[in-house]
Design a protein around this ligand. Structure first.
Ligand code: MF3
Ligand code: CO
Ligand code: CO
Length: 270
């Protein structure tokens, strides 16, 4: 991707903070990430088609495994820092990193996040979706709707050479707060593409106009975890992975992977 030198010079004159070059992907890398993102979305499509009440979260893992292989990809989560399954399934009070389990059955009234990362031709795609089952109640409906809206809102404000990284947290945090919800601060989005987790860290709470300016060629995720009650959390002591809300109230998450382009943005996986 060729940067607009005039705009870069103007930003430098304003003493704006610019991302290091390693945050910017080449056209070849972007192409690889675009394909990996598309495959990752197809895996989530397969989950969306089959997921239903009565299934275990391990059944979701099987769908991800089967579909990823059929598409020629590799599930990135499997074995990542010792993670035992191909996908994260985070139900109700689980904020993220839920481990699929044959004894965890999806029931009417549940909300569930399925977070999928796929390696395709050496590149990584990452996205997650919320699924709801039957009548989940008014509060849960609002939580899930606000979480989706928060991601869309933040993405709609991505402007190359103009937006700052912290603007994402400003829009997401603001919307959540207006609904009386909280946002997890310590776990967030990230650069992605050549690895599952790259710099920069994308915080879903923030002020307008702080941090680096977004430039074409940056690829990162936006994946807020929004909580009904407290944003404090606890980690499952037995498995070391599953992150719960400290008050065991609901948490929802949606993850989209975006590329900053010369004129705006492109969603690579959702
Ligand atoms: N897909 C998750 C993310 O959005 C990462 C999961 S790591 C795992 O960053 F090991 F828990 F799978
Ligand atoms: Co993810
Ligand atoms: Co991610």
């Amino acid at each position: 991707m060729i940067l607009n030198q005039e705009k870069i010079d103007a930003l430098k004159a304003q003493k704006a903070s610019l991302p290091p070059l390693r945050f910017l992907k080449s056209d070849k890398q972007i192409d690889g990430c675009r394909k990996a993102g598309a495959v990752n979305s197809l895996v989530l499509d397969a989950v969306a088609k089959e997921i239903q009440v009565g299934m275990s979260t391990e059944d979701i893992d099987r769908i991800v495994m089967r579909e990823t292989k059929a598409l020629g990809g590799i599930p990135a989560c499997l074995g990542f820092e010792g993670f035992p399954k191909a996908v994260c399934t985070s139900r109700n009070a689980v904020i993220c990193h839920g481990i699929p389990d044959k004894n965890e059955i999806i029931r009417e009234g549940d909300i569930l996040n399925v977070d999928c990362t796929t390696i395709y031709d050496g590149y990584f795609g990452d996205a997650s979706r919320m699924f709801t089952f039957g009548n989940i109640g008014k509060k849960a409906e609002e939580l899930v709707a606000v979480t989706k809206e928060a991601v869309d809102l933040a993405i709609s404000h991505l402007v190359p050479y103009e937006s700052h990284l912290s603007d994402i947290g400003y829009y997401i945090g603001g919307l959540a707060k207006r609904h009386g919800f909280s946002v997890v601060r310590e776990i967030g989005g990230h650069g992605v593409g050549l690895e599952m987790h790259e710099d920069p860290y994308v915080c879903h709470l923030g002020f307008l106009g702080r941090g680096i300016v977004l430039l074409p060629g940056m690829i990162f995720t936006i994946e807020p975890m929004i909580c009904e009650g407290t944003n404090k959390f606890t980690v499952d002591q037995k498995n070391g992975w599953t992150i719960y809300t400290a008050d065991r109230k609901l948490s929802a998450q949606v993850e989209h992977e975006v590329l900053i382009t010369e004129t705006g943005y492109e969603i690579l996986s959702k």
